[in-house]
Design a protein around this ligand. Structure first.
Ligand code: NAD
Length: 264
């Protein structure tokens, strides 16, 4: 059940919130009255515009340029959020990148970056934020995984490995925090039309030797029985739901939002 204003005044960090799904989640949490720390790359105007958009909802907003490949940056980001926003109640590990290539041609630096950003950063943020949540006696961690946390696709070795890893990390941390009023879950979206997916269309077309239209129809939407992209707002609404008291018994779950992909 939705209680009006129940998330008002909570403080949230959303990694990778200068674009796509993270931006949508930051907006949705601010709409619920949460103070928000934005993070991610982008030009100054984009970052400024997102901060203004969030501030207009009457909440505190702050920005961290922390690079999710760097543990020291991450530790500092969590400390700064705690200081500027007053606490860290909600942590959304969303930052992510993709690279498409066969295993034997996969660039080593891309492998390292994907494992660092899509998996290890969630360990580093949790390491810093969980003690703060334990002190407050309440917390929510939401890891943005992927359908690729549950199944594989060819040419996405690093991404699939990182996302399967985030599912394991989610379950382990959830067990450790189960009696602390802190829930830790992963959301596993199918294809959502964001810059990450739009860039992938061209790369996948090249790797598979097919046209971009064929990638959308025969690779992406073929995976999803609804034949529709999942929307950013649908994922953001699910993240907000997981923060509510009515979701207090959901922990250690990997929740699919994928147009039926996992039912096949
Ligand atoms: P996006 O490219 O629109 O946004 C990615 C965000 O991560 C950006 O804000 C970017 O600046 C940030 N980022 C990248 N590298 C970073 C770094 N080193 N340090 C800090 N921030 C960094 O992508 P998106 O589609 O919104 O993806 C968000 C998350 O959702 C990712 O974890 C992705 O794997 C996951 N996901 C996306 C889809 C999809 O179809 N779009 C499906 C399933 C899961």
């Amino acid at each position: 059940m939705k209680k009006e204003g129940e998330l008002k005044g909570k403080a949230a960090i959303v990694t990778g919130s200068t674009s796509g799904i993270g931006h949508g989640i930051a907006r949705a949490l601010a709409r619920e009255g949460c103070h928000v720390m934005i993070n991610g790359f982008g030009d100054d105007e984009t970052i400024q515009a997102i901060q203004e958009e969030i501030a207009e909802m009457g909440v505190k907003v702050t920005y961290s340029a922390a690079d999710m490949r760097k543990p020291d940056d991450i530790e500092a980001m969590v400390a700064i959020a705690n200081r500027r926003l007053g606490s860290v109640d909600i942590l959304v590990n969303n930052a992510g990148i993709q690279h498409v290539a066969p295993v034997h041609e996969f660039p080593i630096e891309k492998w390292d970056d994907i494992i660092a950003i899509n998996l290890s950063s969630a360990f580093h943020t949790m390491r810093a934020a969980l003690p703060l949540m334990v002190n407050e006696g309440w917390g929510r961690v939401i890891n943005i995984a992927s359908a690729h946390a549950l199944v594989a696709s060819p040419f996405k070795a690093a991404y699939v490995a990182a996302k399967h890893g985030i599912a394991g990390l989610t379950k382990t941390a959830a067990l450790e925090m189960a009696e602390k009023n802190i829930t830790i879950n992963a959301i596993a979206p199918g294809y959502v039309k964001t810059p990450l997916v739009e860039n992938q269309v061209a790369d996948t077309a090249r790797t598979r030797g097919i046209s971009e239209d064929e990638v959308v129809r025969d690779v992406m939407l073929a995976a999803q029985p609804t034949k529709r992209f999942v929307t950013i707002d649908q994922v953001a609404d699910l993240a907000v739901y997981l923060c509510r008291e009515s979701a207090a018994s959901i922990t250690g779950s990997v929740i699919s939002i994928d147009g039926g992909w996992m039912a096949k």
